[in-house]
Unconditional design. Structure first.
Length: 86
């Protein structure tokens, strides 16, 4: 299983995804045009990472937005459970 997962994140796999991710980055940057305030992580980096993961895992394109929402929910739960409380 580890070998299968590792191959999806190899340098060769990343190189194959580069054109698609560059296209996505351009689309996202175009969508930010004209906004006064931009959070580069929330508005640009996170969607690219989420889309890349969805594509690697074979999530259908029509489900990418829902996949991103679910991924964010899981990350928020993990952070809430592991961050120290004041």
């Amino acid at each position: 299983m580890r070998r299968l997962i590792a191959s999806a994140f190899s340098a060769q796999a990343a190189a194959r995804m580069r054109p698609r991710l560059a296209e996505l980055a351009n689309v996202l940057f175009e969508g930010l045009a004209g906004q006064e305030v931009v959070d580069i992580v929330t508005d640009h980096a996170a969607p690219i990472a989420g889309r890349a993961l969805a594509e690697v895992l074979g999530v259908p394109a029509q489900d990418h937005e829902r996949f991103q929402q679910l991924t964010n929910a899981v990350i928020n739960k993990i952070q809430a459970a592991t961050l120290p409380t004041s």
